[in-house]
Design a protein around this ligand. Structure first.
Ligand SMILES: [Zn+2]
Length: 185
């Protein structure tokens, strides 16, 4: 895929020339032009897992704004734990399926769904970067851009997605238990 980006031969990729939002830009040596191999624009934790964590928090917190804000806070913690992420072609349908499930089960205005939206909100800038809407280096969330002074780190790469799938299932169960309590069922 990287062959001929910005008309540069492959041998000239150190420093690398890359097309971002239609502009030709030069990146430091070692920068991988393959979007799926770069750490900064890669979605640092599966979006669907973020959403499940946010749904559980929303179920506990109940109030809309607090649900949204605790979702955002959970994003930071989830990005820091070891995890496995996938490129946007895998992430997007999984995240969509998660939201269809949450909205059908709890309703669009439920604290579960609001918490889930809070939990994925920070990855909006990652998605915008991957899609070329904003330059990757403009991302600001403390776990997203390692070139920013406030960057706090990333979770290590995990070989298997199983732990985070288990985390998501536990969170969905928590969202449900609190849902049942909240509705008096
Ligand atoms: Zn993130």
């Amino acid at each position: 895929m990287p062959n001929g980006i910005c008309g540069a031969p492959e041998a000239a990729y150190f420093p690398v020339a890359i097309s971002i939002a239609g502009r030709c830009e030069v990146r430091p040596a070692g920068y991988n032009p393959d979007i799926t191999q770069r750490r900064i624009p890669a979605l640092p934790m599966m979006v669907s897992v973020h959403a499940a964590v946010g749904a559980a928090l929303g179920a506990v917190v109940r109030k809309p704004w607090q649900s949204f804000l605790s979702g955002i806070a959970s994003h930071l913690l989830c990005d820091l734990v070891p995890h496995r992420d996938y490129d946007i072609e895998v992430e997007a349908p999984l995240a969509a399926a998660m939201f269809v499930y949450l909205i059908k089960r709890y309703g669009l205005n439920s604290p579960q769904v609001i918490g889930a939206f809070g939990a994925i909100a920070p990855d909006g800038e990652n998605a915008a970067g991957v899609l070329g809407i904003i330059p990757i280096e403009k991302t600001v969330f403390p776990t997203h851009n390692e070139e920013k002074p406030w960057f706090v780190g990333h979770g290590a790469k995990a070989p298997s997605p199983i732990p985070q799938i288990i985390l998501a299932v536990i969170c969905l169960a928590l969202a449900d238990i609190h849902h049942a309590k909240g509705s008096g069922a």
